[in-house]
Design a protein around this ligand. Structure first.
Ligand code: EAX
Length: 363
């Protein structure tokens, strides 16, 4: 309730700002100074000509991770460098930990222009840009470096552009959420048989839900910001996320079993409100494109390091891990085979074939 009120207040402030700006007869959008109020500056209208003066621009940058997570670490590093590179003209106002709303609201915000930039996984973003569903194909990529090359190559460039066309945001780059794996508080999962009857929280994404259900679990969509409590209160028995996030969000405190068999290599989409981008002077636009890419490089580096540290720390804290044998892994792959057709129905054969061919070429 408290969170809802906060969100409502943030939304009302943002809407009020938009009206205030409109009432000024299309005057320049001066960015709001950084403050403790979690309401980002409204975006300038698209028609506004780019400035070339020394105006200081503030960009709100939102994500759902905690301040110790790789998303926050990469944001701070990139923001510092961007401020320097722009001689203090481009300032990132960092809003971690779903401060501006749950992931769906963050996506809506970046489309409405009440949030300037967002880092978001391939789960919730598929509802806004359906081609993202292709990134949810199960048991295709179990090596992060193959995933990184896939998204850095032609396939990723094409897909990023396609998401901008579909949703209307500006795609800046592919970061890495990581290799998603199942964890739960009930029992060790060695084969899909062990998942029978387990309530597993998923993102609000049909393909993620289908994966869990085809493995015998019961998929329960819950917003990421509600997940810790849902595990703690037993609303769900388990979840699936990468190692770094399972650690940084404290999920390992409320599960005790983890199966090390990645079912999805989940990329992060780094997105910007298109009109806000258009309102920046050309040199700052170029910096945004460059530092959007740099952010992805930093975030992947932090993720790799965090994954390694997280596994050690969680094991030391009592988390039991199990790595399925090849024969056991095959059972997971077989059980989720029908999901591929679901993805084909959503995004078309061409995109799925390009994804599979892209992965195969890198293996
Ligand atoms: O940004 O909801 C989740 O499980 C995600 O991994 C989240 O989107 C991270």
């Amino acid at each position: 309730m408290k969170t809802n009120l906060k969100k409502l207040t943030a939304l009302l402030v943002a809407v009020a700002m938009m009206f205030a700006l409109a009432a000024c007869g299309g005057s320049k959008t001066e960015p709001a100074p950084a403050s403790n109020t979690p309401a980002p500056a409204a975006s300038a209208p698209a028609s506004e000509p780019a400035k070339t003066d020394d105006t200081v621009y503030h960009l709100s940058w939102a994500h759902s991770s905690s301040t110790s997570d790789r998303l926050a670490l990469a944001t701070e590093k990139m923001a510092k460098e961007l401020e320097e590179a722009s001689n203090g003209r481009l300032i990132i106002d960092h809003y971690p930990a779903s401060q501006l709303g749950a992931e769906r609201e963050e996506l809506e915000g970046v489309l409405l222009g009440t949030i300037d930039c967002v880092v978001i996984s391939g789960g919730p973003s598929a509802s806004f840009a359906p081609s993202v569903f292709v990134t949810n194909m199960p048991y295709q990529v179990s090596d992060r470096f193959i995933g990184q090359k896939l998204y850095d190559g032609d396939f990723g460039k094409m897909l990023g552009k396609k998401t901008s066309e579909e949703a209307g945001w500006l795609f800046l780059g592919w970061g890495e959420n990581g290799l998603r794996q199942f964890s739960n508080s009930k029992r060790e999962i060695r084969t899909p048989e062990d998942m029978k009857g387990l309530k597993i929280r998923t993102m609000e994404n049909d393909i993620h839900m289908a994966i869990v259900n085809s493995l015998g679990g019961s998929a329960t969509p819950i917003a990421f910001s509600e997940l810790y409590t849902a595990l703690q209160q037993g609303t769900v028995d388990g979840q699936e996320n990468g190692l770094a996030l399972t650690y940084s969000m404290g999920f390992y405190e409320v599960v005790n079993q983890m199966t090390l068999l990645p079912h999805i290599y989940d990329a992060y989409l780094v997105l910007m409100n298109q009109q806000k981008f258009d309102s920046l002077p050309a040199d700052l636009q170029a910096l945004m494109l460059e530092y959007g890419q740099k952010y992805c490089v930093y975030e992947r580096e932090f993720n790799l390091q965090n994954d390694e540290d997280a596994l050690k720390a969680m094991t030391a804290a009592g988390l039991n891990t199990y790595t399925p044998t090849e024969a056991e892994a095959q059972l997971f792959i077989e059980a989720t085979k029908p999901v591929e057709q679901m993805v084909r129905d959503k995004v078309g054969d061409e995109l799925v074939d390009a994804y599979i061919a892209g992965v195969q070429a890198l293996k």
